[in-house]
Design a protein around this ligand. Structure first.
Ligand SMILES: [Zn+2]
Length: 350
């Protein structure tokens, strides 16, 4: 009996020890942030400096003036995410969610085309490769307008934070193949599906020959992007959640994000932001999604906003690519022989 008791106690000690070890490891892991298992409070000051330098803002690239003496650059972007935003990012695949994505193509896009044509303004569309496959006609309709730009926006709206560097590179290359087949040329602009970058993203984006990136939030003005303290040659056209229809209007049960705003509230935010950009002589980038903004009362608000912006003298409506090319030239940032440094028409399609 004594031997049995002693074995039991030994086993218990081993089990308790293992549980404690696992517990402390998981605590250490949950408080570590990419520096192995070391908790933040044990980092040295230099480690924080090194960490934030992974991707950082460089020079302010606001030009002395915008083309033809205009005082503000305005660019509307529409992220045509359709079904992939639910599948790839929110993990939803039911027919109901698929119909929400379909709404963007079927109901949202015709209204957006109508509004852009009415005001005769350009726009930039960021499109996941799988949205191109599911809605080829929309891509053809966008291509009919020479002043509409199509930018790169993932394969299936996958969250890059869930991928290894090798997987991220592979999925962008897979998406790029479809992009070039459908659009007929390589994109100038990159926008992350999550508006979030991994430590590997900028190197991949640079190597893939993009002119500009549009997912970061260090400024309201265009700026150059640094990676580990070095200029990357990429232009950043920063975005913001306050200038995005998704958090202001969208209901997303999977992410517990519930927001149905009065259009006047959103108009007030977007108009005041525009007025600020106008006073500063800088840039105003609005990000919208056809399945979100494309609803009737919201399109009415967007129409009112564009009408207001057009009523002011000196507003330059441009695509993201036109803004990136202009600020790059004005800042005297020379061509570095990458394909991205050339206008889209001159870039090879392959
Ligand atoms: Zn998106």
């Amino acid at each position: 009996m004594n031997q049995l008791w002693s074995d039991w106690v030994k086993s218990l000690v081993v089990i308790v020890g293992l549980v404690l070890l696992a517990g402390s490891a998981s605590v250490a892991h949950s408080h570590g942030t990419g520096e192995g298992e070391v908790p933040l409070w044990q980092w040295e000051p230099e480690q924080f400096q090194q960490h934030v330098a992974t991707v950082r803002s460089g020079k302010d690239l606001t030009p002395e003036s915008w083309p033809d003496g205009t005082r503000v650059a305005v660019s509307l972007s529409f992220d045509f995410d359709t079904e992939p935003v639910w599948m790839g990012f929110q993990g939803q695949q039911s027919p109901s969610y698929m119909s929400r994505g379909e709404y963007g193509a079927r109901s949202g896009m015709p209204r957006i085309f109508k509004l852009l044509e009415k005001h005769d303004i350009p726009a930039t569309f960021f499109i996941p490769a799988i949205s191109m496959v599911l809605h080829p006609q929309v891509i053809e309709d966008i291509k009919k307008h020479a002043d509409y730009e199509i930018g790169f926006h993932s394969y299936v709206h996958e969250n890059p934070l869930t991928l290894s560097a090798a997987e991220e590179r592979a999925v962008y290359e897979k998406a790029m193949k479809i992009f070039v087949e459908r659009v007929g040329k390589r994109p100038a602009g990159f926008r992350s599906a999550a508006w979030d970058l991994t430590p590997a993203t900028i190197q991949i984006v640079k190597e893939m020959g993009f002119l500009y990136e549009s997912s970061m939030m260090a400024d309201d003005r265009p700026y150059s992007l640094l990676a580990n303290g070095e200029e990357t040659g990429l232009i950043e056209l920063p975005v913001e959640w306050i200038l995005d229809d998704w958090p202001l209007f969208q209901i997303s049960w999977p992410s517990q994000h519930v927001s149905i705003r009065n259009a006047d509230d959103v108009y007030s935010i977007w108009k005041d932001e525009f007025d600020g950009a106008y006073e500063e002589g800088s840039m105003y980038i609005l990000t919208m999604h056809p399945q979100v903004i494309g609803h009737r009362y919201r399109m009415k608000m967007l129409d009112k906003l564009v009408t207001y912006m057009k009523s002011k003298p000196g507003v330059w409506f441009a695509t993201h690519e036109q803004i990136a090319l202009y600020v790059k030239e004005q800042a005297g940032l020379g061509d570095d022989d990458t394909s991205a440094a050339k206008p889209a028409e001159e870039r090879p399609a392959g």
